[in-house]
Design a protein around this ligand. Structure first.
Ligand code: ZN
Length: 403
């Protein structure tokens, strides 16, 4: 009898003490999500291909801005915004970052703006699109506010899978020139990283997923989000009530193949949506806090005399010791993604590299691409460009992951 009492007492105590020291170890997060439709309501000049001199002729699919806010158990917040747009021009970044700092007290280094680089979206930085620019910036700021208002307890896991439709587009022709054509021997990164956000009782709320490939299946004068738009649409249709956010990777020299008909964009979108499904059935890594964020602006110099350097953002958003998201500005070629994963991948957290983040200003070649020449090497950067970016990435990563 005595031993049974002791047993029950010990059992009771152990339950209480576990509850007291580990309140809900999995639910350390609050997460909020919001979606806003940014489809132009009038014909508008289109971004991406220089050849299209006339405005859009309608919409195939709406385009969106989506915001997701993460809050760790100390109340630290980070916001990610994904955009069905060509890129994140400085005027947009500055306007949104200023509002987010003033209204929501979130510093710029904790704010990520990432663009899918769809070539069937508006040329929103043109003077004749000022109405659209202002309306869209307002919608993005409002969506961020909505995602903050929606913050509710959540669990996060990380996993990844693969999708194979991105092919290196730097084909070395017999004359020794690198031309824009599929080159299956060239480097690719087929990784599809996925953050899965669920309620505390494991109901799926959102996924953030990445892929490194141009959204250039089509070049017509109709608005839509290309394969990334379809991937988000299909995943959300297959999981009603969830939000899917596409994070563009270092796809500067990657194209979807085959291309040039709408049905191919849909098929690539379906492939990518299926890769998210595949990631979700693999072993999930629990993602814990705290949140670490940092950003550094560096100058990328040109060989051209007196040409002002490109002021370039490198950012880290790290979730505890589990996932480290490195974001790089504008159109980064795939070598950056592969090298950063190779160099940092064994240090602890899973490495996720996003391109097209916080800045849109032409291609960023690697040392190799710069040496080879071709389309992605059109700006005359000094050969140190790659080392500058990689060294800054290490510097930010080392801050939160001491060696
Ligand atoms: Zn591009």
């Amino acid at each position: 009898m005595k031993s049974l009492t002791t047993f029950l007492l010990l059992f009771f105590l152990s339950t209480v003490s576990r509850a007291a020291t580990e309140p809900d170890k999995d639910a350390v997060w609050k997460v909020g999500v919001a979606t806003t439709n940014i489809t132009p309501d009038r014909p508008i000049r289109m971004a991406g291909y220089g050849g299209r001199k006339k405005p859009s002729q309608g919409t195939v699919e709406p385009i969106y801005a989506k915001a997701i806010t993460f809050e760790d158990d100390k109340g630290k917040r980070s916001v990610m915004v994904t955009l069905d747009l060509i890129g994140v021009v400085t005027a947009l970044r500055e306007k949104v970052a200023k509002a987010v700092e003033e209204k929501y007290k979130i510093p710029g280094h904790a704010l990520l703006l990432n663009a899918s680089h769809t070539h069937c979206g508006p040329a929103y930085a043109r003077d004749d699109a000022k109405d659209y620019f202002d309306a869209t910036a307002g919608k993005i700021i409002a969506a961020i506010g909505e995602s903050i208002n929606n913050l509710t307890p959540a669990k996060i896991t990380y996993s990844h899978a693969r999708a194979g439709f991105a092919i290196n587009r730097r084909y070395p022709n017999p004359a020794g020139k690198f031309v824009n054509s599929p080159y299956p021997e060239g480097p690719v990164d087929h990784d599809v990283p996925v953050l899965r956000i669920t309620t505390t009782d494991d109901k799926l709320r959102a996924v953030v997923f990445g892929y490194a490939c141009h959204n250039t299946t089509m070049g017509f004068r109709q608005i839509y989000g290309d394969y990334a738009g379809y991937a988000q649409k299909y995943f959300e249709q297959d999981h009603p009530g969830t939000t899917a956010l596409f994070m563009m990777g270092c796809g500067g020299d990657q194209n979807p193949y085959p291309r040039s008909t709408l049905i191919l964009a849909q098929k690539h979108g379906r492939s990518l949506a299926m890769a998210i499904e595949a990631a979700l059935v693999t072993e999930q890594t629990p993602v814990l806090g705290p949140l670490h964020t940092s950003m550094k602006m560096i100058d990328l110099e040109y060989t051209t005399k007196n040409r002002a350097p490109l002021n370039y953002p490198v950012q880290i958003i790290q979730f505890g010791n589990d996932v480290s998201l490195i974001t790089l500005g504008t159109e980064v070629v795939i070598d950056y993604s592969l090298r950063i994963k190779r160099e940092l991948g064994k240090r602890g957290p899973a490495i996720w590299v996003a391109g097209y983040s916080n800045l849109y200003s032409g291609y960023i070649p690697s040392k190799r691409v710069l040496r080879e020449g071709g389309y992605e090497a059109s700006r005359p950067y000094k050969p140190e460009v790659e080392e500058r970016i990689i060294a800054t990435t290490h510097e930010l990563f080392d801050r939160f992951n001491p060696k």
